[in-house]
Design a protein around this ligand. Structure first.
Ligand code: AMP
Length: 282
């Protein structure tokens, strides 16, 4: 497995691969890998000749006071997992290499897709994401790029950006990987105390409960959200950032549950902010 630390070297290798007729699958990550990330790598392995995984804690997608400095990192552990998963190349650049001094070019999406949910709680977050992902696409030249449904809004934003900026590649969505008890896997789960980890189960339970009552015929988003709120507030340390329901395709408002909807939540336990979601189709 090759490891590249500069955009220039990574891009040169990807160009060579393309010239030799190999397809490239890219899996963008911030590292501290778990089985959720590895399910993306496996999907890329299945679909592409060459698998490139980027590991980059992107400073410009973190807001002031967020966890950039203490975001968990373990490059050698990550590389071991990626080698076992038959990754061909890892791209692990420095922040300086990605954003040299006086860097000034950003990609920004307007409108409801980036303004609601995490876009409302984390101003500037998606501008950081669209900028870094555009750079990664230009550096790694993927035919397909793999994103997790765990970050449901992120994948919507990336799909829209790819369409609107005509990036010549396909976005592949990979389902949420969960712990045996239902908690969505996340690099941030390591921040949780054992008590918070236990309480965090209310998130997947609240989503399941919402799915079940929709299955029983409930169509009023406000009632579904109220039920979820009660369930989540039963965990003493939970502080709700948002629980919202939108049309899945474009995060448009809905008056009642119909077609495909996204139920999304963000909840803090102490300083740890967790997100989870459920796609429901009626
Ligand atoms: P991150 O390292 O958190 O930026 O995540 C990198 C990629 O892995 C993103 O596309 C995430 O959506 C995806 N991912 C993270 N956690 C999971 C999970 N539990 N299941 C599926 N995909 C995930």
């Amino acid at each position: 497995m090759l490891i590249f630390e500069t955009a220039q070297a990574m891009q040169a290798w990807c160009k060579q691969q393309k010239k030799a007729g190999q397809t490239i699958g890219l899996v963008p990550t911030m590292g501290y890998l778990h089985q959720g990330h590895l399910s993306l790598v496996q999907e890329a392995r299945r679909q592409c000749d060459r698998v490139v995984v980027s590991i980059f804690v992107n400073p410009i997608q973190f807001g002031v006071g967020e966890d950039l400095d203490k975001y968990p990192r373990d490059l050698s552990g990550d590389c071991q997992l990626l080698e076992e998963a038959q990754t061909d190349a890892v791209f692990a650049p420095s922040a300086r290499d990605m954003y040299p001094e006086a860097y000034a070019t950003f990609v920004e999406m307007e409108g409801t897709i980036t303004n609601r949910l995490c876009g409302a709680s984390r101003p500037g977050h998606f501008r950081g994401v669209t900028t870094v992902v555009s750079k990664l696409f230009n550096i790694c030249l993927p035919d397909q790029a793999f994103f997790g449904q765990k970050d449901a809004q992120q994948v919507l934003v990336i799909e829209k950006m790819v369409r609107e900026l005509n990036f010549p590649l396909e976005i592949v969505r990979v389902p949420i990987k969960r712990e045996a008890d239902g908690l969505a896997m996340s690099s941030r789960n390591v921040y949780l105390s054992s008590e918070q980890r236990r309480q965090a189960l209310v998130l997947s339970q609240a989503l399941q409960q919402a799915g079940a009552i929709i299955g029983q015929g409930e169509r009023d988003p406000a009632k579904i959200i109220a039920g979820m709120q009660t369930r989540i507030e039963s965990a003493p340390e939970a502080r709700i950032d948002y629980i919202e329901i939108y049309r899945a395709e474009d995060l448009a408002d809905i008056k009642q549950i119909e077609g495909k909807v996204l139920i999304a939540l963000a909840v803090k336990f102490g300083n740890t902010r967790l997100i989870d979601n459920l796609l429901v189709e009626v």
